[in-house]
Ligand binder design. Sequence first.
Ligand code: ADP
Length: 179
Amino acid sequence: LEPKEEFEHSSLAVDVMRPRRSDPPLAVLTQDSMTVGGVEALVESTRYSGFPVVVSQESPRLVGFVLRRDLLISIDNARKRQDGVVGASLVVFSEHPPAQAPDGPPPLRLRGIMDLSPFTVTDHTPMTSPDIFRKLGLRQFCLVSPRVTRRLLGIITKKDILKHMAQIANRDPDSILFN
Ligand code: ADP
């Protein structure tokens, strides 16, 4: 098989997704247990274009996806304009904020910037060509475990697919470059 065909016939989403075993874990947001300061620290310690939102660290069920740019703009605006929002304010992506101490700072509600139905595949979905990103207007998609649990497993960008295809091409000494 040509590398391109080999890729399309034998690669599964789980072979292409990040993190690889040697990578740091996925950088995720939790839906109602992180503070503004905690979110800022996570965003500033990475360069990723976006962050999956999960129920909690204990229950990493995917609930949505937030773009880095939208997070930074919203937090910056809230810190400037929204009374009482401070580093200790809770960031809430869920529909209803959890009960909080009455004397605590007000929560920052960011459900409005979350993609509530991010495109997902499961770990054994066969990979397709990187064209899927353009065709579906995606920047990335998430891998989740099948059925109702929807446990977040990983993330795939167009570059991840291109790198995987290049690796397959390099493994095959007879391969000609494919576009
Ligand atoms: P690109 O692949 O276009 O550079 P990103 O900067 O978003 O896009 O992602 C860089 C790499 O990090 C990719 O391999 C991607 O799979 C991975 N990645 C993206 N978002 C996250 C995240 N929130 N946590 C961990 N890894 C991520």
